[in-house]
Design a protein around this ligand. Structure first.
Ligand code: MN
Length: 243
């Protein structure tokens, strides 16, 4: 019996000697199931989109948004919950999961990344987005990239040259802002990421994110994305990170 199971059993016993059945990796007492099984409360939930499917038109079309949110993202959410249950890590904070992602099955990495990355992706876009950042974020961008225009160019090129399916990122790391890219649903919070840091801005360059409207013209999708970037949200995140 490991320490965790011992504490659990002790807790049940102290509750008045409930009948305890022990099977490998799981303790069941009178219908209570151990915390290796997820409860409704600690399941990862798909956040609200926050705007209508057609709100980002004409830059990102309604059909793409609907499929992306209600099929792709919803699918990652369901499969991530199943994967953490299967791995016996239900209830663990997502950042702790990512920090040790190399220890867990690929299903946790792929679906956990798909869950988290899309949560953030919906937030960095807004029908009132576009334009340029201001204040501290603009200063930070200028310090790391020389100018906003240089940053935009670097980010767009990184998104365009990401091979196959993946994401482009603006992250904060060791006092600097960095543009990087990850394959599949990996992200810079994962221990396997070659460049790690706190995500601020990200762009989905999987074909499912743009193919209905832009087909193979990824560069046009990237250019359109700048019209919906929610700099207010990204500025708030930046201020939290730099404290
Ligand atoms: Mn996607």
């Amino acid at each position: 019996m490991n320490k965790r199971e011992f504490i659990k059993k002790s807790a049940f016993i102290s509750l008045g000697g409930l009948a305890i059945t022990s099977i490998p990796g799981r303790t069941i007492a009178s219908g209570l199931v151990s915390d290796s099984k997820q409860t409704m409360e600690d399941a990862f939930k798909q956040p609200e989109l926050g705007y209508a499917y057609n709100a980002l038109e004409p830059h990102i079309d309604a059909m793409t948004m609907e499929l992306h949110y209600s099929k792709h993202h919803a699918g990652y959410t369901t499969k991530f919950n199943a994967a953490v249950n299967e791995a016996g890590i239900a209830g663990m904070a997502i950042k702790d999961i990512f920090r040790n992602i190399s220890k867990y099955p690929d299903a946790v990495k792929n679906n956990g990344g798909g869950y988290y990355n899309h949560n953030l992706f919906w937030k960095v876009m807004s029908p009132d987005g576009g334009g340029e950042p201001e204040g501290d974020l603009l200063k930070g961008i200028e310090k790391s990239f020389g100018s906003f225009s240089n940053f935009k160019d670097t980010f767009s090129k990184t998104a365009a040259s990401t091979f196959g399916s993946g994401w482009a990122w603006l992250i904060h790391s060791d006092g600097k802002l960095i543009v990087t890219s990850t394959p599949n649903q990996d992200n810079p919070l994962m221990d396997i990421a070659p460049v790690k840091g706190t995500p601020l801005l990200l762009l989905d360059v999987w074909e499912h994110a743009y193919y209905l409207k832009y087909q193979n013209r990824r560069a046009e999708y990237i250019e359109a994305f700048w019209n919906v970037v929610n700099w207010d949200y990204i500025s708030e995140k930046y201020l939290e990170v730099i404290g």
